[in-house]
Design a protein around this ligand. Structure first.
Ligand SMILES: *[C@@H]1O[C@H](CO)[C@@H](O)[C@H](O)[C@H]1NC(C)=O
Ligand SMILES: *[C@@H]1O[C@H](CO)[C@@H](O)[C@H](O)[C@H]1NC(C)=O
Ligand SMILES: *[C@@H]1O[C@H](CO)[C@@H](O)[C@H](O)[C@H]1NC(C)=O
Ligand SMILES: *[C@@H]1O[C@H](CO)[C@@H](O)[C@H](O)[C@H]1NC(C)=O
Length: 389
């Protein structure tokens, strides 16, 4: 369900000015951005501001009826699109800007206004660009109280390119064909949701794994993954630099790592041998962060054409990458053979990237794969919400 509009229009029709300054001044509960009960996820800089699609925060709030995001000057102008979900209901888009943004909470049928109930609100940036929200404070209604948010035991880390996060206008001719709700509709996000897991998506459209300039990305993912900022920093006047990411801030640490990358290396004519070497070096570096977690290496599902053929790249090389890890004694790296997962009907004809049903199909195929592999979805979210089992 997609819901737009303001909560001010729900139930306050007889008092259209009721949310004005007088109610805000004394009534509201102000949560500063350094409040320990804000559960941040994804990559945030010191301002604090988001980078990378999917970054955001979660709140567990007792007696919630209104929520306003007060955003600072490092927020994308004129707006950034965020996905909002209340009590694990479907995400809907809210466009926010620097200043005060009343977030409609009417996406939830479970009536968060009910006295004595606690709601879970999840908010994340949707885009791979124009994705900066600079959180100064959160205002809640009088009487609302933050509770701890307990993260899931499962935490996915996805690493990829536009095939994991295409949200708008990548490459020529693709304008207008994209996921309207951004990363929230992409297979990594959907997979994380279906396992009731925490999930972080570091996917940079146009970027190669190799650290080369590619389709407007100043760096490849083998470099940028270790940074706070996505490669959009290069085009940003108020933050034209990149800083190391402190992986200790990823709490909980990822339990499962998923990689689907290589399409842009292939397009940039990176040789297969060079690509394999870069991938190996990257995995070695990941093992420094994630000593024993399973790593899932996707083979490309390729570029489908209208005539039913599919063009593959680096054929046999992903197998080699995984075999080589096994030879090194690292048996916790697994090949996910995605051959045949994506056909012409699953992609946007203009840019051959998965469309909305295509992403859902990929997510369900990968979910089935993971279940066969031995991973069980959580039966319930670790932080319960009213009316959710
Ligand atoms: C958010 O802004 C984008 C870009 O202006 C627009 O296309 C979209 O319809 C807006 N979405 C909502 C829910 O307001
Ligand atoms: C950011 O800095 C780089 C040099 O490091 C420069 O090439 C680029 O044009 C700058 N971008 C902006 C938006 O100022
Ligand atoms: C890659 O090689 C092909 C075939 O030689 C060539 O047409 C294309 O321009 C090259 N692309 C890049 C980015 O160098
Ligand atoms: C991947 O799957 C395809 C289609 O089922 C099959 O032809 C191919 O041999 C598989 N590759 C590997 C490495 O298992």
């Amino acid at each position: 369900m997609r819901v737009v509009g303001s909560i001010a229009t729900a139930g306050l029709l007889l008092a259209p000015y009721a949310l004005g300054a007088s109610s805000a001044s004394e009534a509201e509960v102000i949560i500063p951005n350094d409040h320990p009960l804000i559960y941040y996820h994804g990559r945030w800089d010191a301002s604090p501001g988001t980078w990378w699609a999917g970054s955001g925060f979660k709140l567990h709030v007792q007696d919630l009826s209104t929520l306003t995001l007060n955003l600072g000057p490092h927020t994308t102008a004129p707006l950034a699109s965020v996905g909002v979900s209340v009590d694990y209901e479907p995400f809907y888009t809210v466009n926010v800007s620097a200043g005060a943004n009343v977030i409609p909470l009417n996406g939830s049928p479970s009536s968060p206004q009910m006295k004595g109930t606690a709601s879970v609100v999840r908010i994340n940036v949707e885009g791979w660009q124009d994705n900066r929200i600079n959180l100064e404070a959160i205002s809640l209604n009088k009487g609302a109280r933050l509770l701890p948010y307990t993260p899931s035991r499962l935490a996915f880390q996805f690493i990829g390119d536009s095939l994991s996060a295409l949200t708008s206008g990548v490459g020529s001719g693709s304008q207008g064909q994209f996921l309207p709700e951004g990363v929230n509709q992409a297979w990594p996000f959907l997979t994380g949701e279906s396992f009731k897991a925490e999930h972080r998506v570091n996917a940079q459209p146009g970027a190669a794994l190799s650290d080369i300039v590619s389709y407007g990305n100043e760096h490849g993912v083998s470099y940028q993954y270790f940074r706070t900022e996505d490669t959009g920093y290069f085009y940003t006047t108020d933050h034209n630099y990149t800083t190391p990411w402190n992986f200790a801030r990823d709490q909980p640490a990822p339990t499962h790592i998923v990689m689907h990358i290589g399409a842009n290396d292939a397009s940039q004519n990176v040789t297969a041998d060079s690509f394999v070497q870069t991938y190996q070096n990257f995995l070695t570096r990941l093992r420094g962060l994630y000593s024993s977690q399973p790593i899932f290496v996707f083979t490309p599902w390729g570029w489908p054409s209208a005539d039913g053929t599919i063009s593959y790249y680096y054929q046999g090389r992903y197998e080699r990458i995984v075999d080589e890890r096994h030879h090194l004694g690292d048996h916790n790296v697994f090949l996910v053979n995605t051959t045949g997962w994506v056909t012409w009907e699953d992609v946007f004809p203009d840019n051959q990237h998965p469309n909305i049903p295509g992403h859902q199909k990929i997510a369900s195929l990968f979910e089935a794969w993971l279940i066969r592999w031995g991973l069980r979805p959580e039966t319930r979210w670790a932080t319960p919400a009213p009316l959710i089992g």
